[in-house]
Design a protein around this ligand. Structure first.
Ligand code: TRP
Ligand code: SF4
Length: 400
């Protein structure tokens, strides 16, 4: 049994393209087969930078979900939802804000970077400063253990770990914690309890990391434990208080090697993209118009693939034999550039055809997407609620 839970979010910023597919979505599709996954539309995060153009966000939310589904994200396997439909994220954000030092937020590198990069916008706002803490709430509210993100987001996961640690330290010690932990341990059964306590000793006395891992595995597979006893025993194991919030790990997503149509990185702002819903005609047209090695002016001029953006696409799509054919044909002027582009057109069309078909099914019947999101939001809320019950209680807000 795996106690891992994967969570990731994406801001709704426009139609997704092949760069998103090769960078992020292909990874999500793989993860959904390996772990319980939650994927959500970070609409509040989009508002931190687009608070004056909310219409952009609304239009993009549904298109983005359709693109996820088109790319093969499967609502039977992963829970798909919209951040603002689970308002508990905001509640946790608020509660975490009470004990988060301003300095922690001011020091997050994306804070100053983005302010400088998006200098046309006024980002000296309370909301923008809180961006990474809102992200921490997104993650902690699901007790996610693995968060697939790009390199730029790693500091946000680090912050999340610190926030969780501080929270557990500050609020995790209930009165009678030790007795409650021992009572919970009894529920594992005598043999398991003994093993657990021995492993705990080995970890606490000698810092034995193997013992820690074994004890965690023991807890994960102990069917007789309820969720809160299990959490308590995780906490007891590591010496601190009850583990109310789990520290997540960043699951680094490799940067996409997908080049744009001009050889730069594929990006909306460079207008060099192929969208996931591009028709075969458009794909062919756009690729035929791609610039090639500038030295290859005439068909009879030999070229150099290293200087050609089309070659980068062969690196993504073509097998060894095709690549040999390109190298030999290009450097000897044996093949023309249109000929060279043909296998790329075929590969991209083959990759995108099933996506376009799936997207069409969803755009023709938007109620399908609404239903998927409706169900996903309900499920996400259930998970979020479980954490919030513990958080409110720990902070003296349960009034029962
Ligand atoms: N900040 C992330 C980005 O820009 C999006 C995001 C919001 C996110 N909340 C998250 C990613 C929680 C992972 C987990 O890409
Ligand atoms: Fe580029 Fe291919 Fe033309 Fe060579 S033959 S310049 S690799 S498109």
């Amino acid at each position: 049994m795996s106690s891992e839970r994967v969570l990731s979010g994406m801001r709704p910023t426009g139609l997704l393209h092949l760069g998103h597919y090769h960078g992020v979505l292909k990874n999500w599709v793989k993860l959904q087969n390996e772990f319980p996954c939650l994927f959500f539309v970070a609409d509040w995060h989009a508002l931190t930078t687009h608070y004056d153009t909310p219409e952009v966000i609304e239009a993009n939310v549904w298109d983005m979900v359709v693109d996820w589904l088109a790319a093969g994200v499967d609502p039977e396997k992963a829970t798909l939802f919209i951040q603002s439909r689970v308002p508990e994220h905001a509640e946790l954000h608020l509660l975490l804000s009470m004990s988060t030092p301003l300095g922690w937020l001011e020091r997050v590198p994306t804070y100053k970077d983005q302010q400088e990069k998006l200098s046309e916008k006024d980002l000296s706002t309370y909301g923008f400063l809180g961006y990474p803490l809102l992200q921490s709430a997104d993650i902690l509210i699901y007790r996610a253990t693995q968060v697939p993100v790009g390199e730029d987001q790693v500091p946000h996961i680090e912050l999340t770990r610190e926030v969780a640690r501080r929270f557990n330290h500050m609020y995790g010690r209930e009165p009678g914690f030790e007795e409650k932990a021992l009572e919970a341990a009894k529920k594992m059964g005598g043999k398991r309890m003994k093993a657990y306590l021995e492993l705990r000793n080995a970890f606490q006395e000698r810092g034995d990391a193997d013992a820690l891992a074994q004890a965690k595995a023991l807890l994960a597979e102990s069917q007789s434990l309820g969720a809160s006893d299990r959490e308590r025993l995780y906490g007891y194991l590591e010496g601190g208080g009850k583990m109310i919030l789990a520290e997540p790990k960043a699951l680094l997503t490799e940067a996409s090697k997908m080049p744009g149509l001009d050889g730069q990185k594929m990006s909306k702002s460079y207008q060099n993209t192929l969208s996931l819903r591009e028709t075969p005609d458009n794909i062919a047209q756009k690729i035929r118009r791609m610039p090639t090695d500038p030295q290859r002016v005439r068909r009879t001029d030999p070229g150099n693939p290293e200087k050609c953006p089309v070659w980068q696409l062969h690196e993504v799509y073509s097998d060894a034999a095709t690549k040999e054919w390109v190298k030999a044909g290009c450097t000897s002027a044996g093949i023309g550039c249109l000929e060279c582009k043909a296998p790329i057109i075929d590969s991209v069309v083959a990759e995108l055809t099933p996506m376009r078909e799936r997207a069409q099914m969803y755009t023709e019947d938007p109620s399908l997407v609404k239903r998927i999101i409706h169900d996903g939001c309900a499920k996400a809320r259930e998970y979020a609620d479980q954490t919030m019950v513990d958080v409110r209680k720990a902070m003296g807000l349960s009034y029962s």
